[in-house]
Design a protein around this ligand. Structure first.
Ligand code: ZN
Length: 76
């Protein structure tokens, strides 16, 4: 029995010689597992979501800076 690799459509033997079946290789298995991430990247609002996520540490940094500098600021 043969199946087509979902990632690259290569014909894959459905037996123990194909440990990654229905994928032809681990690479294709990982590609398929990563597809949901690619799909999210393809969504127009994806980059802004990524930007929000990348901003989160910055906001925390700013808040930390404000709380650190706050004491000095009020002393002056
Ligand atoms: Zn493949």
């Amino acid at each position: 029995m043969k199946v087509n690799c979902p990632s690259c459509k290569t014909s894959v033997e459905w037996n123990e010689t194909s440990p990654f079946r229905p994928f032809c290789s681990k690479k294709c298995q990982l590609i398929d597992l990563g597809e949901w991430a690619d799909e999210q990247k393809a969504i127009p609002c994806g980059p802004s979501k990524d930007a929000e996520m990348s901003q989160l540490p910055d906001i925390e940094e700013i808040e930390a800076m404000l709380s650190e500098q706050g004491d000095d600021f009020f002393k002056q």
